[in-house]
Design a protein around this ligand. Structure first.
Ligand SMILES: Nc1nc2c(c(=O)[nH]1)N[C@H]1C(S)=C(S)[C@@H](COP(=O)(O)OP(=O)(O)OC[C@H]3O[C@@H](n4cnc5c(N)ncnc54)[C@H](O)[C@@H]3O)O[C@H]1N2
Ligand code: MOO
Length: 444
């Protein structure tokens, strides 16, 4: 290539780099630098683990320990997962039941009505119903023996002689829910590993349970590092608000963790060492201090604690300095980078698979969706980009830089963008967030 051609190419790279530096959609300084010029040579190989491998390592670390289980009352089981299959303790329904308010009838009509008698839900067995007779019945009440059908009140009329007539054809067994229609005692209703949702609580109660045998949620302690963090008020004098403290505990709970405490620790290696060593949590999560700045104490503290680094950096943007360490066979540490979206990336890359294993949860089925717009890629690493589901596509959101939360706050998922990026219509793996956005904003 001639000098002019090279000059033009350098100018084009500079322009792309300049755009990347200022475009909030482009993911941070690293990408910007990567775009400034064609790499003179391949980058130095580093210890960073490919994104998919890092998730597998974290999942294996979580699954490698037998889960602690406990029987808890139904009211305390929400959000845990079943430690054993949920088997029905009764037939459901437990007896033949009326599905409608109306009349229980026996044999063909018209039927003689006993107005003084009626069968209500919650009452003990009523006398048998002889052929040719009808008795008033409520939804959910036991069907008297001998009854062959239920006629809805609105489909019946009583004549002056006290006889009941059906206004529609009556079929045998209509509007009767037979005993055991939903399940028989002993049937498996749900497998072990099912998250206990409000619906599961309802099913368990209906099936006769007072307590559920559940996996104990892993205990998590969050340590927020940084001298520059304020817990209230407006940023001032180089101090900024702690965005991770308020975000992580509820997010971790949504991932099945029992967050005992969120503690703030300044940039103090001794304090961090003491907090990590003394913690009785199953998982310690730190934020910040993962890089190699003068007050980035996470690596030295792990070294001093004799921890084994299972993942030390991940080929993902944002969040590449994230790490996973084994402090003891029963205690892990996830180091989330301090940049807030980088911390989210670490949460979903390392903390989520680790906690899933410890909480006895099954992995969600991976799925892909076409992306509506072009998404810039990192030259070598995976990118995680906030998206929102919109019709058949997912829509990538702006404001996805490592220090930004504006995009993720409007997102319901993260798209996994391979090195080099994706074009409109390309199918990308999607990591769902455990909630749907409640606000709309001008982000797309
Ligand atoms: N020489 C290098 N420097 C940096 C690298 C690198 O590879 N080489 N990586 C950059 C990347 S990428 C990230 S991400 C950060 C990771 O930094 P740390 O984990 O050490 O985090 P800090 O330095 O403590 O903080 C980074 C940034 O985030 C802000 N922060 C920290 N905690 C919070 C919080 N709770 N709420 C809101 N904001 C927070 C902090 O003020 C900094 O601005 O390192 C780069 N540097
Ligand atoms: O991009 Mo860093 O990876 O800001 O997390």
């Amino acid at each position: 290539m001639g000098e002019r051609g090279r000059g033009r190419r350098r100018a084009a790279y500079r322009e792309r780099g300049r755009r990347a530096m200022t475009d909030p959609e482009v993911d941070g300084v690293d990408e910007a630098l990567a775009l400034v010029g064609p790499p003179a040579r391949k980058p130095e190989p580093h210890r960073a683990t490919p994104w998919g491998d890092a998730r597998s390592v974290a999942a294996r670390a979580g699954a490698g320990r037998p889960a602690r289980t406990r029987r808890v009352e139904l009211g305390q089981a929400l959000g845990r997962v079943l430690a054993e299959p949920l088997a029905a303790l009764t037939d459901l329904p437990p007896f033949d039941t009326s599905a409608m308010d109306g009349w229980a009838v026996a044999g063909p009509g018209p039927w003689e009505v006993h107005e003084s008698e009626s069968v209500l839900a919650g009452h003990a067995q009523t006398p048998p119903l002889p052929d040719g007779e009808a008795v008033r019945i409520a939804t959910g009440a036991r069907i008297p023996s001998g009854a062959t059908a239920v006629i809805r009140s609105e489909h019946s009329r009583t004549d002056t002689t006290g006889h009941l007539h059906a206004q529609r054809a009556v079929t045998h067994g209509q509007d009767i829910r037979p005993r055991g229609q939903e399940c028989r005692s002993g049937d498996q209703l749900l497998p072990a590993g099912t998250p206990v949702t409000p619906a599961v609580l309802g099913l368990a109660a209906a099936a006769g349970y007072d307590e559920l045998h559940t996996v104990e949620p892993p205990r998590v302690e969050v340590l927020v590092l940084g001298d520059e963090l304020l817990t209230a008020g407006l940023p001032h004098d180089g101090l900024i608000r702690d965005a991770l403290g308020p975000m992580l505990a509820p997010w971790l709970r949504a991932l099945g963790a029992d967050v005992a405490v969120t503690r703030r620790i300044g940039d103090d290696a001794e304090a961090l060492y003491a907090a990590v060593s003394d913690s009785e949590a199953d998982v310690v999560i730190t934020t910040g201090g993962t890089a190699s700045g003068p007050v980035d104490h996470v690596h030295p503290v792990l070294h001093k604690a004799g921890a084994e680094l299972l993942v030390d950096g991940v080929k993902v943007r944002p969040g590449h300095p994230m790490l996973l360490a084994r402090l003891t066979p029963a205690k892990h540490l996830v180091g989330l980078p301090g940049n807030p979206l980088a911390a989210v990336s670490g949460l979903l890359t390392l903390a989520e698979p680790l906690l899933r294993g410890l909480a006895g949860r099954r992995a969600p089925a991976p799925y892909r969706a076409p992306v509506r717009d072009e998404v810039h890629g990192h030259p070598y690493d995976t990118r995680l980009v906030p998206v929102v589901h919109g019709g058949p596509h997912v829509v990538p959101l702006h404001y996805n830089g490592p220090a930004m939360l504006r995009g993720i706050a409007a997102a319901d998922g993260l798209a996994v963008v391979p090195p080099g990026g994706a074009g409109p219509g390309d199918e990308l793996e999607i990591l769902d967030l455990p909630w749907a956005p409640t606000t709309e904003g001008c982000f797309t």
